[in-house]
Design a protein around this ligand. Structure first.
Ligand SMILES: Nc1ncnc2c1ncn2[C@@H]1O[C@H](COP(=O)(O)OP(=O)(O)OP(=O)(O)O)[C@@H](O)[C@H]1O
Ligand SMILES: [Mg+2]
Length: 286
């Protein structure tokens, strides 16, 4: 079990008039190689939760275990290496003069030979779908999507076992979104990295996640496979979320045309296409 969270609570500005309980008794387990989606309305505590995963925020109450080991002040440095956290808008944290230096920053203290260092940097860059020709460029010469990917490469270069991406596709155009989410999936599929993706998009979560965590007001509202979670459309609406668009359409068709026996467990455009083809084929053979 690479990550286990036990009775975790967090309050910002405790003891002041601005006190805010951002996390309230969170319990969850994330398995090796899982692709986990975290979703919930603005301010429900998603970023606060994921910042505990690598010890950036210290638990006020509760425990965090990585690979079965309790995180504490003496092992936090080691633990932090296992969990790579990419913030919302990570490109704002790029500060070195070249792409190469920015990506290499996180492995400076590993005392690698120049060749080893170069290989690690270019490997991380390639994993984000970029090529070595940009390594000598200034970050100011890159597009928004490229900057974002360089920032993510700066985390991947440290070879984390778990990669946490907080809204990695926010503010990008549809092509940029697809690219970022595509390589996150590839990292999991080809490199076995456990990926935790915070997203506002039900569509993205439906397409990618094995497990969905729905948060509401600092608590976990639901955990389950996308199919299990998206069946609770009514409750999701109550807490300010919606089911993926395809689910709404297929649920509606199911209501209007019950005799069609349409499969309403459809969440993505691909699944919708398959289901429509299945119904059309059924029509032909009857
Ligand atoms: N540094 C802080 N100081 C005080 N309150 C904070 C701080 N950071 C977050 N909060 C509050 O804690 C709650 C949870 O915030 P958090 O950023 O974790 O939510 P979120 O689910 O990530 O929201 P979003 O979807 O907008 O990114 C919110 O009410 C927020 O205003
Ligand atoms: Mg957030």
């Amino acid at each position: 079990m690479p990550l286990k969270i036990e009775n975790l609570s967090h309050t910002y500005m405790k003891g002041t008039p601005f006190e805010k309980k951002a996390l309230d008794n969170i319990n969850l387990e994330i398995c090796d190689g899982e692709f986990v989606g975290i979703i919930g309305h603005t301010g429900c505590g998603k970023s606060t939760l994921v910042q505990h995963f690598n010890g950036l925020l210290k638990p006020e109450e509760g425990n965090i275990y990585i690979d079965g080991l309790l995180m504490n002040h003496s092992n936090i440095k080691e633990m932090r290496k296992k969990v790579g956290l990419v913030f919302q808008y990570p490109e704002y944290q790029l500060f070195e003069s070249t792409v190469y230096k920015d990506i290499a920053f996180g492995i400076k203290n590993e005392k690698l030979s120049p060749e080893e260092e170069y290989n690690r940097v270019s490997d991380a860059l390639n994993k984000t779908g970029l090529t070595e020709d940009i390594l000598d460029k200034s970050i100011y010469d890159l597009s928004g999507g490229q900057k974002r990917r360089v920032a993510i490469a700066g985390i991947i270069v440290m070879n984390p076992q778990i990669l946490v991406l907080d809204e990695p596709a926010a503010g990008l155009d549809p092509a940029g979104r697809e690219e970022i989410l595509g390589f996150a999936k590839k990292l999991r599929d080809e490199n076995g990295i456990t990926v935790i993706l915070v997203s506002h998009s039900m569509e993205d979560i439906a397409k990618l996640a094995d497990k969905v965590i729905v948060m509401n007001n600092g608590k976990i509202e639901m955990i389950g496979k996308p199919k299990e979670v998206f069946r609770n459309g009514k409750r999701l609406n109550e807490i300010g979320l919606s089911v993926p668009q395809m689910s709404s359409v297929f649920n509606k068709i199911g209501e209007i045309l019950p005799d069609l026996n349409i499969n309403t467990d459809v969440f993505t455009v691909e699944e919708a296409t398959e289901e429509i083809l299945r119904l059309l084929n059924k029509g032909e053979t009857v």
